[in-house]
Ligand binder design. Structure first.
Ligand SMILES: Cc1ncc(COP(=O)(O)O)c(C=O)c1O
Length: 388
């Protein structure tokens, strides 16, 4: 009996399908594989957050169902509101404009189930984070892919989306700073986009987990900074990348009250909330961690410079984006993304993500992540140089 529901049949497995066998074989053969493929910081969660967690875990009150259930504790939502106020000058009502998430990724699912009907179109950028498309398909909706091209600084040319598509589109998923390209948006782009979306009655969601990992301060932006954004936009954020808390599963949705309310309707039937202790530790994280973020930024900047220098020395200069801990690198001329990623795996024992894992417009690129210790990164670069 085929037990798999039809709604899952068109959804490809996550990311590394094509390389899975090769990775397994290399591991079985004892190859010292260096993975530059995953965006998961190796540095530990800062000590002041661990300490806050330790205290919260010891309090039996926190062992019961989470306070305020699916919405997140009010004190957590207030902390998110303070954080957005301090970082971006954005005012958010913690009662109606903030929702806690069990990691940002969960929010993508709730947003789509809460706002999109079967047969609707959802606009997504390509290349893009694969979870958007998967969730759109799960909801029986259609993903319309808007290319991110280098000639447009990896920003979508939204004005070129055909009128009949705009008419059927319910929402547009964006992600700046962008995974995988590293591109950042600017204020003018966000302002034009919000005006365009209002004209077409399209909801906007900016996925912003890399908000703190930006190398040019003027590019540190929130979509919520645009006047009137709260009418039709939400932004999702997360403590995963900013505070080295990927394993903790804690994030937030902020913005348009009607979208937050709709997401709550969905979420209250799916989850009973997030462990209080995690929320309490996250409050401490957000209220106090700017120095830790600066330290991480310095580490990523150092690694980024190391890679840029190494590639320049190989005669393959890279134009880096302004944000994220990823570099989006063109494959050598005449090669495909997959074919080159396979060669790096086979001949250098270095794992990168082929650009096509993020969609067809990722062809011609691969993504390299800076979330590895410096010495492993340097060894990987040496192996790539020796292979060339
Ligand atoms: C663009 C993007 N959105 C969302 C996520 C998931 O974030 P979280 O760990 O908060 O679920 C990632 C993680 O890699 C990401 O790159």
């Amino acid at each position: 009996m085929d037990i798999l529901a039809d709604r899952l049949k068109n959804i490809p497995s996550y990311l590394f399908m094509e390389l899975r066998d090769k990775i397994r074989k290399a591991q079985a053969a004892g190859v010292d594989l260096i993975s530059l493929a995953i965006g998961d910081p190796v540095e530990p969660t800062p000590a002041y957050i661990i300490e806050a967690m330790r205290e919260a875990v010891l309090d039996p009150v926190n062992h019961q169902y989470p306070t305020d259930e699916h919405k997140g504790m009010l004190v957590f939502r207030e902390a998110v509101s303070r954080w957005y106020g301090r970082k971006y000058g954005v005012t958010l009502d913690p009662e109606t404009e903030v929702l806690a998430l069990n990691g940002l990724k969960e929010g993508i699912h709730h947003f789509i189930l809460a706002t999109v009907n079967p047969g609707d179109i959802v606009l997504v950028t390509n290349p893009g984070y694969p979870a958007y498309r998967a969730n759109i398909l799960m909801a029986g909706a259609e993903a319309y892919e808007v290319p991110l091209l280098e000639k447009n600084r990896f920003l979508p040319a939204f004005e070129e989306i055909p009128e009949p598509v705009c008419r059927r589109a319910k929402a547009f998923f964006l992600n700046y700073p962008n995974n995988p390209t590293g591109a950042c948006a600017d204020r003018d782009f966000f302002t034009r986009l919000v005006a365009w979306a209002k004209t077409h009655d399209i909801l906007l969601m900016n996925d912003n987990p890399y908000s703190e990992i930006v190398f040019s301060p003027q590019r540190r932006l929130s979509l919520m900074q645009v006047a009137g954004a709260k009418d039709i936009c939400v932004e999702f954020n997360s403590l995963s990348k900013s505070y080295n808390m990927t394993g903790w599963r804690i994030g937030m949705a902020v913005g348009a009250e009607k979208i937050i309310h709709a997401m709550c309707r969905c979420k209250e039937n799916v989850t009973s909330g997030i462990f209080n202790a995690i929320q309490l530790a996250s409050i401490k994280a957000m209220d106090g961690g700017d120095g830790e973020i600066e330290k991480m930024l310095a580490i990523y900047r150092r690694r980024r410079d190391t890679v840029l220098r190494a590639f320049a020395a190989m005669g393959q200069p890279i134009k880096p984006g302004d944000g994220t801990f990823y570099l989006w690198i063109p494959v050598p001329h005449g090669r495909t993304s997959l074919d080159y990623a396979e060669q790096l795996l086979d001949q250098a024992g270095v794992l990168v993500t082929p650009g096509t894992a993020y969609g067809r417009y990722g062809e011609g690129y691969y993504r390299l992540s800076l979330t590895v210790p410096d010495e492993r990164l340097e060894l990987a670069l040496k192996r790539i140089k020796d292979m060339a």
